[in-house]
Design a protein. Sequence first.
Length: 210
Amino acid sequence: MFTEDEYIQLSALQHYVFCPRQCGLIHVEDVWHENVFTVRGDILHEKVDTDTYETRGTLKTVRGLRIHSTRLGIVGRADVVEFRKPTNADGSPDVMPVEFKAGQPKDDLSDKVQLCAQALCLEEMMNTQVKRGAFFYGKIRRRVQVEIDDGLRKQTEEIIAAVHEIVSQKKVPAAQYEKKCRNCSLLDICMPKAMNEKKLKGHMNELYVP
Ligand code: SF4
C-alpha cells in the first residue's frame, strides 16, 4: 500500500513508455515544455474535463472523474467513465473508462497502459472487474475498444513499478538519441545528441589515456 505522498500521476506512465528519461525529467525534475502535440492533447482534454455527468437510458456517463489506487500508488483523472445497467452477474457495477486522444491509434503501448491503469483504479475503488475500456480518437473520429486482459495488466503493473523506482530514487535515466526525440517536447532541454557526443568523447579519452 502506498501513502498519498508516494502516489505517481497516471500521465507518468505514458511519459515512461514514450521515454524513461522524459518521465524522469517531468516527474523528478519538474521540467515541462509545450509543443504542438501536447497543446493539441490539452485542447481536447479541456473539452472533456468538465466534472459533469449525464444519464441516458441504461447508461450513466461521468466526466473528469478523480481516480486512484492505494495498492499501486497511482492517481489521476479519467476523461469519461461509463456505468451500464444491468450490473455484472455478481451485482458489481459494469464500468468502462473512455479516454479521448487527439491523434489516431498508436503502435506503442502508451495509450493502452494509461487506459489499463485507469481500469485498475476503478476496480479497486468500486470493487468490480473492468474487462474493457475504449479510446475516442479525434483524428479518425472513431471509438476503439480495448480488452483489459492479463497481458496488458501485467505490463501496466511493471511500468507502474518502474516509474515508482525513478520517482522514489529521484534518478533521471540517461539520454539516448532516437527518432522519437524529434517529436519530444523536451528535446531542447534534454539535448540527447550533445549527451551522446559527450559520452563518446569520454570513451575516446579513456581509450587514449597514455
Ligand atoms: S529528447 Fe529523446 S531522450 Fe530526451 S527526453 Fe525526449 S525522447 Fe527522451
